[in-house]
Design a protein around this ligand. Structure first.
Ligand SMILES: Cc1cc2nc3c(=O)[nH]c(=O)nc-3n(C[C@H](O)[C@H](O)[C@H](O)COP(=O)(O)O)c2cc1C
Length: 341
């Protein structure tokens, strides 16, 4: 007997079934192009994915054992180092609505169900409160608002509502550029290094500088007192031709050994996450993947997607001889040789 995708319960779905269910819905509203953003030419995500794919893995099976990806970030025990990247409004999920429970709350609840961590961005105090109430630990990434008061209000919301960390996506201060649209939103603006240092001093929470893609910015973030950085090109919405996140990661890790280093932009599968961990990240964030998972089946889709990715990561860890997260290192990777350098 053949079962149609619609009859399979979401917790029995394989990765491709889950993605296909989401794509059918997203295509149905004509929004598929919005899954692959990026500024003028969308090269940011493509180059990230190409570099990621060019990294290959040795197998070290004899002497290995079934792996556990359990880890801890910002004092929170997690099922695996796979968490949400900052998410706020999604044009896709908005158009797929109306949602009985708002989609950001569904994402947060699905992450809680899967033992993961939520991260959010441009949301109000009340929305942030409802997201925190879903039970997953939350990182709140405040945007570089031109209005400084708004920045400080965001930092205070994160503290008073019980977020585990707060931060800023510094790569949005010259505005975001999604898919050749006019850069925006207009209420963001330039913040100086001293401004950012003031935000770090202005909160008791660990501060995450998001949007680091150079040793210079990583070292500056550390010197300013940040606890963590996210090596990221904002899913491609900064500038084109950014150096791939995984190519940049080892030099950054070396330059700031005491910081928590997270990575995002272009990660889709457990093996992608493994590569980032092997190159020095302590955790990997995903955003587009959560939009897909939520489009497939709201909270349940997110729980299923995260569970599948956790299982994929653990299988790669087992087969590469890395039974725990601290066992993962770059020695099992074969990095692409760059021509002309
Ligand atoms: C729907 C959506 C909303 C986002 N909102 C924010 C935000 O408010 N703040 C932020 O720093 N990044 C935001 N991002 C960017 C992500 O945090 C992240 O850097 C990037 O999307 C990661 O790449 P990926 O989508 O390929 O996983 C958003 C991304 C998406 C897809």
């Amino acid at each position: 007997m053949t079962e149609s995708t619609a009859e399979v319960t979401v917790d029995a779905m394989r990765y491709n079934e889950l993605v296909e269910r989401a794509l059918v819905r997203i295509r149905g509203i004509g929004m598929e192009p919005y899954l692959d953003l990026g500024s003028e030419t969308r090269t940011g995500t493509r180059l990230n994915r190409e570099y990621m794919a060019a990294i290959t893995l040795e197998m070290r099976i004899l002497g290995s054992r079934p792996a556990s990806a359990k880890t801890e970030l910002f004092g929170q025990a997690l099922r695996a180092p796979i968490i949400a990247s900052a998410v706020c409004e999604s044009r896709i999920l908005k158009r797929l609505g109306p949602w009985e429970t708002p989609y950001l709350e569904q994402i947060a609840r699905g992450l809680a169900d899967a033992g993961s961590m939520m991260s959010t961005g441009d949301v109000s105090h009340d929305e942030l409160g409802r997201i925190v109430d879903q039970g997953a630990p939350v990182i709140h990434i405040v945007k570089p608002y031109a209005d400084e008061e708004r920045v400080f209000r965001g930092l205070e919301s994160a503290r008073s509502l019980g977020c585990v960390a707060v931060g800023m996506d510094i790569d949005a201060m010259f505005l975001e550029k999604a898919w050749d649209e006019v850069p925006g939103p207009p209420y963001l603006g330039y913040r100086s290094r001293e401004d950012v240092a003031g935000y770090i001093r202005g909160t008791p929470l660990p501060f995450v500088v998001k949007g680091v893609l150079s040793v210079d910015d990583a070292v500056a973030a550390r010197d300013m007192g940040a606890a963590a950085i996210v090596v990221s090109n904002h899913g491609g919405e900064t500038i084109d031709y950014t150096v791939p996140v995984l190519e940049m990661l080892p030099a950054i890790r070396k330059a700031v050994p005491d910081l928590v280093v997270l990575a995002d932009s272009g990660f889709r599968r457990g093996a992608d996450v493994f590569k980032a961990l092997a190159l020095g990240a302590q955790g990997v964030g995903m955003a587009a993947q959560l939009v897909v998972a939520c489009a497939a089946d709201g909270r349940d889709g997110v729980r299923r997607m995260m569970t599948l990715l956790q299982e994929e990561l653990e299988r790669v860890m087992s087969i590469t001889g890395c039974p725990t997260v601290p066992d993962i290192d770059a020695s099992v990777l074969h990095l692409p040789r760059r021509t002309g350098s």
